[in-house]
Design a protein around this ligand. Structure first.
Ligand SMILES: *[C@@H]1O[C@H](CO)[C@@H](O)[C@H](O)[C@H]1NC(C)=O
Ligand SMILES: *[C@@H]1O[C@H](CO)[C@@H](O)[C@H](O)[C@H]1NC(C)=O
Length: 249
């Protein structure tokens, strides 16, 4: 075994190593929820149950039937029920679908948004164990335009493992759908959603797609990440997350 191959093996480690997750903690013991609150598929339509950042934080933080730790490896499991007409789950106002989804907040725990200047990235390592049967599948990440209250970019994962993003041309238009890649169901991958220096892009396992923002004029945005079920049937979607890392600078 040549020393060179040992060195190159070690040089890969910082990229692939994942900090050990503690399977006996609530998700807040393993993930930094100082910058997230959580929307649940329960409560009432237009007023879903929301868990504030403070209540999510720490090893004894919030855990529930749709947001909990995988006891075998410490990963965060998020589930979301399908079609609310069939499942009776609760939707946010303006949505026909249910979610277990994180929403960015600031260090005071209040809803926040940022201008698309400087660096704004959300890097997530995950696997989708069960995608829903919506047109493009389960929404797993969003760049959400705050003032318009519409997703600028919404990324979906299908039952076939196809990953696409829908980008709106303006607040009122339908989404233009762009293919980003394919990752087989149940396989880990890393996505980076970025809206930095006014450029919107998404990377899937390092394959970066730069996206037009069409008629938008540099709207302030925030990230959402998790499991937003778009299904026609009652099938529950399931997402397992290994790491989440938001950067603003
Ligand atoms: C968080 O946002 C709220 C509402 O915009 C603001 O009043 C507060 O000062 C912000 N806190 C921090 C730490 O940025
Ligand atoms: C890389 O991204 C492009 C879109 O920018 C996509 O068409 C292509 O299939 C992707 N390649 C892989 C290997 O996923």
């Amino acid at each position: 075994m040549a020393p060179k191959s040992i060195i190159s093996l070690f040089s890969l480690l910082p990229i692939t190593a994942v900090l050990a997750l503690n399977p006996s903690c609530a998700p807040g013991g393993n993930f930094d929820f100082t910058v997230w609150s959580l929307q649940l598929p329960t409560g009432s339509d237009g007023s879903v149950d929301t868990i504030k950042s403070k209540a999510l934080q720490g090893c004894s933080g919030y855990t529930g039937p749709t947001f909990y730790t995988d006891k075998t490896n410490g990963e965060l499991i998020l589930t979301a029920p399908g079609n609310p007409d069939l499942t009776g789950c609760a939707t946010t106002s303006g949505s026909e679908h249910c979610r277990t989804e994180l929403r960015e907040v600031n260090k005071s725990g209040q809803n926040t948004n940022w201008p698309p200047t400087g660096t704004n990235t959300n890097t997530v390592r995950l696997k989708v164990v069960k995608a829903d049967d919506g047109t493009h599948g389960t929404a797993i990440g969003q760049v959400f335009a705050a003032e318009a209250s519409k997703p600028l970019a919404e990324m979906y994962y299908s039952t076939k493992g196809d990953i696409v993003v829908g980008v709106k041309q303006d607040a009122d238009s339908d989404q233009v759908v762009i293919k980003l890649g394919n990752v087989p169901v149940g396989t880990y991958f890393t996505y980076i959603m970025s809206y930095s220096n006014n450029v919107l892009s998404i990377s899937i396992n390092g394959n970066k797609t730069t996206l037009s923002t069409f008629d938008w004029d540099s709207p302030n945005c925030y990230f959402k990440t998790g499991n937003y079920n778009q299904g026609k049937t009652a099938v529950t979607s399931e997402v397992h997350i290994q790491s989440i890392n938001v950067v603003h600078s």
